[in-house]
Design a protein around this ligand. Structure first.
Ligand SMILES: [Mg+2]
Length: 250
């Protein structure tokens, strides 16, 4: 399957790789800051960018500042905070596409909801509020139900349930809109995006990748062990993903 994924990517006329980070390039850790980045990852990404004529990007739920602790983000375009932040290759400038203040009225209520559940904690990303339920999985469904009710009146806020997280974020940007922005970049014209991801939010990217002639690759089990509806191909592990990227660079 690893070879089949690499072959399918290289069979596209102009493949563009859009890579999620956690659960794809690094194993998911109990806490976001506890990840281990493989020593050869930066070199591999550079080699990929050379092989694919610059059409490689990271699309992550992490903020730009957070991801920059692990990778040199000037080497390729990066859509961070699920597309709410964007930076072009070679640029240190990060565009903010959404206003974090739009979530201000929800913050106290989210904090209050979480207080009742030991171990559960909030990560405030500005344009998204992430509730980490991994330390207390039994609380996940209760928190999801509570927060779903809380944001029901807010058409501008999207609520998502992922692997050990419940996330509220401003809805007008997502991994799909990020891909639409990427294919507008110089050098990306007419590219077929391949979205490689492991979780619910990647599905938006996979849908747009398909629209543009590419496809989605799911890594591992989707949230709750279900498949992502827009994924066409699948690899089982982060390790397999690394092997596949290695095949691409040859
Ligand atoms: Mg992920």
């Amino acid at each position: 399957m690893i070879q089949a994924v690499a072959d399918a990517i290289l069979a596209l006329p102009k493949p563009a790789l859009c890579l999620d980070f956690d659960g794809v390039l690094v194993e998911i850790a109990p806490r976001p800051e506890a990840i281990t980045v493989a020593d050869d990852l930066p070199g591999r990404l550079n080699a990929l960018a050379r092989r694919l004529k610059g059409c490689v990007a990271i699309i992550t739920g992490r903020t730009h500042a957070d991801l920059s602790r692990y990778l040199d983000l000037t080497a390729f375009p990066v859509a961070s905070s699920h597309g709410a932040q964007f930076s072009a290759a070679g640029s240190v400038e990060v565009q903010s596409l959404l206003d974090a203040h739009d979530l201000d009225t929800l913050r106290p209520d989210v904090a209050q909801t979480v207080e009742a559940h030991p171990g559960v904690y909030v990560e405030d990303k500005g344009t998204a509020i992430v509730v980490h339920t991994r330390p207390n999985p039994d609380a996940h469904d209760t928190i999801l139900a509570h927060l779903t009710q809380l944001v029901a009146p807010r058409a501008d806020v999207h609520i998502g349930s992922g692997k050990g997280i419940v996330e509220l974020r401003l809805a007008s940007e997502n991994k799909g809109t990020a891909i639409k922005r990427l294919v507008e970049l110089p050098g990306w014209e007419g590219a077929q995006p391949v979205m490689i991801g492991d979780d619910t939010t990647d599905n938006d990217g996979m849908a747009v990748a398909k629209e543009l002639g590419g496809f989605g690759v799911q890594i591992g089990d989707g949230p709750d062990g279900t498949g992502l509806s827009h994924a066409t191909l699948r690899l089982d592990t982060v390790q397999q993903t690394h092997k596949m990227l290695q095949l691409l660079t040859g």
